[in-house]
Write a protein that binds this ligand. Structure first.
Ligand code: PM9
Length: 477
């Protein structure tokens, strides 16, 4: 009989940070104080923090060492030049404008390229990206394939663009009103789903045909490259570094939140190939961020970022990173929990619409489910549904997304397989008791990116209360 051969993470742990599980009564109190919004919890009250993979990675010893030799000169830091060289080497873009994080790069490129009345097509919206496009006067148009909106579809490249939707938009609105295509690798809101190189090449052909550039949200490009390596015919023998380069070479500019793929706690950049655009961007960055050789970052952070970029495209790193996400996803699938399929690269997304079919979407099922998961085990997740989708900027109505999800996002190199087991068991317990979960009402709604700061109260309808009384007992301590 063939013996099983397990694989393990390509690192060992050198430093630990203690975490504690608050008791049940405390968890109830904390989530109520946080108004049922996991963004408003204090991290000291969280046991396993799966809120986001943004800025939460563990840096390597090489990255920490780089911090010590950071050059903090106001102008011309050697770390900037190192970052610029690394971006050129691994991503191929000619010019780099550092920023404090991704949304600052989005702000600058939107301000330069979008004029009032423009339309910006993209492979599904991302919250900050769309907001900056709207603030610049544009309207985002979703041109992702329909499968991306179906959590049960097994389609392997749900990040693909529907080429017909894209070309119809160009013909309807005219190429002059489309400043760029906004293409993300991977697609966060669809569940961390990749775009294929075949599809990106076809998007590139349309970009050339109509003279419209591609702005690449490259926040998780190495994760996307891993999925191409695993799934796209012809790429099994190419390295992630080679595939990353092939993706970037099909695009004209990029925004990067370095807090994800490149393994740093803060940072980002705008990368460009066009010299005139670069001049404009590096002029604007001094208005909003800082001098063009540091943007919003300390010299040492740019140094750690340069090392992180190199580490992020390692095949063995990515196998362990995505492998851990798939480990959790497969546990949940085996337990019959409704999750987005296929399992994405940066997190497992619970399908709250199927988890809580009795909670209408305007009672915020995903928000309620994330709160309930915290009460069960102090695992912190986040809503990715109607709250994140915000309101229609013309009508003021809620946007009703087809995907009503809770994201269990896995920080890179931080948690172990046992942590994943605890999370899976907690989700299963909450699922077993799902009938007693009621929805929420929103009691405070901020104007921008409401999911970060909105406040909620539990719906305590009499009939619902009676129905759930039978199962009121706590499910864990
Ligand atoms: N993403 C995330 O948790 C952090 C903010 S929303 C909770 O997934 C993409 C694809 C992102 C992203 C941030 C940004 C913005 C742009 N594109 O957060 O400003 O996933 O660095 O990047 C978050 P910054």
């Amino acid at each position: 009989m063939k013996k099983k051969r397990s694989w393990a993470e390509p690192y060992k742990i050198k430093m630990v940070e203690h975490i504690a599980l608050p008791d049940y009564e405390q968890r109830l109190k904390y989530i109520e104080e946080a108004a049922y919004n996991t963004f408003l919890l204090r991290s000291k009250d969280v046991y396993i923090d799966l809120l986001t993979d943004s800025g939460t990675s563990a840096m390597s010893d090489r990255q920490w060492a780089r911090l010590m030799i950071g050059d903090e000169a106001y102008a011309g830091s050697k770390d900037f030049y190192q970052l610029e060289e690394t971006v050129r080497q691994y991503y191929g873009y000619s010019y780099v404008v550092p920023t404090h994080q991704g949304r600052a790069a989005e702000h600058i490129i939107s301000k330069i390229l979008i004029k009032a009345g423009d339309f910006v097509p993209g492979n599904m919206y991302f919250t900050t990206t769309r907001l900056h496009q709207e603030l610049a006067g544009g309207t985002f148009v979703d041109v992702i394939v329909d499968q991306a909106h179906d959590p049960d579809s097994d389609y392997p490249f749900k990040g693909n663009v529907d080429l017909q939707k894209l070309e119809s938009l160009i013909l309807e609105q005219g190429a002059d009103h489309i400043p760029y295509f906004s293409i993300a690798t991977t697609v966060n809101m669809a569940g961390g789903q990749p775009i294929s190189l075949a599809n990106l090449r076809a998007v590139r052909a349309l970009s050339r045909k109509y003279g419209i550039p591609i702005v690449h949200d490259m926040t998780r490009v190495a994760e996307n490259a891993y999925m191409i390596q695993q799934q796209e015919p012809g790429y099994a023998h190419k390295s992630i570094a080679e595939i990353v380069r092939e993706i970037c070479d099909l695009t004209d500019a990029a925004t990067m939140s370095a807090k994800k793929d490149p393994l740093v706690n803060i940072g980002g950049f705008l990368a460009l190939n066009d010299a005139d655009l670069f001049e404009e961007a590096r002029n604007l960055v001094v208005v909003y961020e800082g001098l063009h050789t540091y943007g919003g970052m300390a010299g040492r952070d740019m140094g750690a970022l340069a090392v992180g970029i190199e580490e992020s495209v390692s095949d063995e790193h990515m196998k362990a990173r995505v492998g851990q996400v798939q480990y959790l996803g497969n546990q949940l699938l085996s337990a019959g929990i409704p999750i987005v399929k296929p399992i994405g690269t940066h997190g497992v997304f619970l399908n709250a619409a199927r988890f809580l079919p009795h909670v209408p979407q305007d009672h915020f099922p995903a928000q309620a489910l994330a709160a309930e998961l915290y009460v069960d085990s102090a695992v912190r997740a986040m809503e990715r549904g109607i709250v994140s989708a915000g309101r229609n900027k013309q009508t003021g109505e809620h946007n009703y997304p087809k995907l009503e999800l809770v994201r269990l996002t896995i920080p890179r190199r931080v948690y172990t397989q046992s942590h994943m087991d605890v999370v899976a068991e907690s989700v299963e317990r909450v699922y077993d008791n799902r009938d007693r979960i009621l929805g929420l009402t929103m009691t405070f709604e901020p104007r921008y990116l409401r999911f970060f700061q909105a406040r909620f109260e539990k719906i305590r309808a009499e009939a619902n209360a009676q129905r759930s009384a039978r199962k009121r007992e706590p499910v864990a301590n």
